[in-house]
Design a protein around this ligand. Structure first.
Ligand SMILES: Cc1cc2nc3c(=O)[nH]c(=O)nc-3n(C[C@H](O)[C@H](O)[C@H](O)COP(=O)(O)O)c2cc1C
Length: 321
């Protein structure tokens, strides 16, 4: 997929996930050849008020690129102001969040709340495109309460965006029910800019079906990559030459989990790194027979050594079985 002068390799992009797609996890996904990744969303207003935590979320390593920096907000001037101030950051794409369903975001008029306001969408995208020296993308949903992604997509394209990602659920659905891939197909058939389809890709076969059903230019996977970056490699290998790769062994999973743990500790310090790694470790264990036994224990570990011992002791029980 080409976005301006950017050449995006493979089919898969990593969907932005607040609290998940931090630098450590992105580095892991990059080692599985993820072609395009997005940061966690950051608030344009918090950046405007020079919030240091927000700046930390925006750090992108040279080796991870290309990366989309995702911002949220609803005030065109504040968002454009932020974008003009981004010269020290390493992003390749500036992504605008119009999909977040969380009540605390929506009540401020941010995220998916924008889907109901075409004039504001036009103004935000126009101002941000004018302010940005990088291509601008927008991530939308099927609609807020009703379906209006086609109208929204047309406005976004006409306002100068270079890429659109669409999650096939309305805001009211949050993450429940099934993603509607028909709306993704219809948006793809409406606009000429590249479209990335998103929602409910958990396996290679899901990816194949989404691609066939919608004809999108790229596939965005979010929850399906949690604890399973192998999915990126699996999908890319299949679309390159039809190869179906073997799934990872439990040992391989633990090795990558520990590599991620080390990165989390490196970037966030030991305490925070370990706390935040607990949920990732549980995701890596998902699907391994008997792993539910050690999930509770994982929530009580406080050091790297304890995590390593717990994981490897568990793996040893598998080979004895
Ligand atoms: C924990 C979590 C955090 C998320 N944070 C963001 C976010 O910051 N920005 C965004 O645009 N979407 C966010 N999403 C939505 C995902 O990017 C994606 O659209 C959604 O999960 C559907 O894709 P999936 O079925 O592949 O998970 C988040 C989803 C989850 C589960």
């Amino acid at each position: 997929m080409r976005i301006g002068t950017l050449d995006i390799k493979g089919e898969v992009s990593l969907g932005p996930m607040a609290g998940v797609t931090d630098r450590a996890f992105r580095e892991i996904c990059k080692s599985f050849d993820c072609g395009l990744m997005f940061t966690e969303m950051v608030s344009a207003k918090a950046f405007y008020y020079k919030d240091e935590k927000t700046k930390a979320l925006m750090e992108i390593a040279e080796e991870e690129r290309p990366v989309g920096l995702q911002i949220f907000g609803h005030e065109p001037e504040i968002m454009a102001h932020m974008v003009r101030e981004l010269s020290e950051f390493n992003h390749d794409i500036l992504d605008i969040n119009m999909g977040c369903p969380a009540p605390k975001i929506v009540k401020n008029g941010d995220g998916s709340a924008l889907m109901d306001n075409l004039r504001l969408i036009e103004s935000i995208v126009t101002e941000v495109v004018k302010a940005s020296n990088k291509p601008v993308s927008v991530k939308i949903r099927k609609g807020f309460t009703t379906t209006n992604a086609i109208e929204v997509a047309k406005v976004i394209e006409a306002s100068g965006a270079s890429l659109l990602s669409i999650h096939g659920r309305t805001r009211n659905q949050f993450y429940a029910g099934q993603a509607d891939w028909n709306i993704i197909r219809d948006v793809k058939n409406t606009v000429s800019i590249p479209v990335i389809g998103n929602g409910d890709i958990f396996t290679l076969d899901d990816a194949i079906r989404m691609k066939e059903h919608t004809g999108v230019d790229g596939l965005m996977v979010a929850r399906g990559i949690q604890g399973n970056p192998w999915l990126i490699r699996e999908i890319n290998a299949y679309f390159k030459d039809g190869t179906r790769l073997d799934p990872p062994t439990p040992e391989e999973k633990m090795e990558v989990a520990l590599k991620q743990l080390d990165l989390m500790i490196k970037y966030k310090g030991s305490h925070r790194g370990i706390m935040e790694m607990r949920k990732h470790a549980a995701w890596y264990l998902k699907g391994i027979k008997g792993s539910s036994k050690i999930r509770d224990q994982l929530n009580r570990v406080n050091s790297r050594e304890e995590i390593e011992t717990l994981l490897y002791d568990f793996i040893r029980t598998l080979s004895v079985d």
